[in-house]
Design a protein around this ligand. Structure first.
Ligand code: NAD
Length: 252
């Protein structure tokens, strides 16, 4: 018996990186998973499904742009249609910003980051919680960042969105605890995904400076924390944002 046996749910941004690793890990723990990502990432999303099925798990792909309310609603309906219930959701999809100082950020860029990284999580939780209230409660994990818990130079829009996500996570946890819904977040440090691959050696040096563990993390290390929070193993944890960041927030 895995920690997610009998549970059904969804992971957004699951065509790659942390989302793929969480979908695979949840399935390894016995969950049935609706793997989701942008329609343009369908092939990579189907590859996540293949990895799960190959390991004996149950999964399907459904496209969802998290910034679109109708997609989010359809994604929840997709889980219920396929698996009969929505027990968990990992709101993980996110985009990075272009690394400018605040006064140089284009208005459109700021809006784009907020639309995906903050409004996307709001829309996701809204429809997931509505469904969980009809069912037997559930567990939600949102992917924040250590930029959700402190400022990070040149990532103003991203930092603002992730701080907002942490606040929304706390509010949802308070408002729905009595309904059997737990809501938490993971706050990764630098993880080896599409996000980290483009960083210059100079930027990498800056990133490493506050870290206690002097290496980049693997998506599976975040997935382990996310699935633990999603599972009943974390039954007394709600409203928390768990750093998975090499000790970066511990001080330096
Ligand atoms: N990798 C890191 O260093 C790091 C650190 C802290 C936080 N994070 C967060 O982790 C999450 C996952 O990122 P990752 O590192 O796995 O990167 P990634 O680029 O590998 O994965 C992000 C996924 O989100 C999808 N996506 C982008 N916009 C979307 C949208 N509008 N709707 C649905 N899907 C969309 C992409 O197609 C991609 O598959 C993000 O929220 C990111 O902010 C990453």
């Amino acid at each position: 018996m895995g920690s997610m046996t009998g549970k059904a749910g969804l992971v957004t941004g699951a065509a790659s990186g942390i989302g793929r690793a969480t979908a695979v890990r949840a399935a390894q723990e016995g969950a049935r998973v609706l793997v989701s990502d942008l329609a343009s990432a369908r092939d990579a999303g189907e590859e996540t499904v293949r990895l799960i099925r190959e390991a004996g798990g149950e999964a399907d792909f459904q496209a969802c742009d998290v910034s679109r309310a109708e997609d989010q609603q359809a994604l929840v309906a997709g889980v219920v249609e396929r698996f009969g219930a929505l027990d968990f959701a990992h709101n993980n999809a996110g985009i990075s910003s272009s690394g400018q100082l605040l006064a140089d950020i284009e208005d459109e860029e700021f809006d784009r980051i907020i639309a995906v990284n903050l409004r996307g999580v709001f829309l996701g939780m809204k429809h997931q919680i509505r469904q969980m209230l009809r069912g037997a409660g559930g567990s939600i994990v949102n992917t924040a960042s250590n930029a959700g818990l402190r400022g990070v130079r040149r990532l103003g829009a991203y930092t603002a969105a992730k701080h907002g996500l942490v606040g929304l996570t706390k509010n949802a946890a308070l408002e729905y605890a009595e309904d059997g819904i737990r809501v938490n977040a993971v706050a990764p440090g630098t993880i080896m995904t599409g996000f980290a691959r483009g960083v210059t050696p100079q930027r990498l040096k800056q990133i490493m400076k506050p870290q206690a563990l002097q290496r980049i993390g693997e998506p599976e290390e975040v997935a382990a924390a996310a699935v633990w929070l999603l599972s009943e193993e974390a039954s007394f944890v709600t409203g928390a944002t768990l750093p998975v960041d090499a000790g970066s927030l511990a001080g330096w």
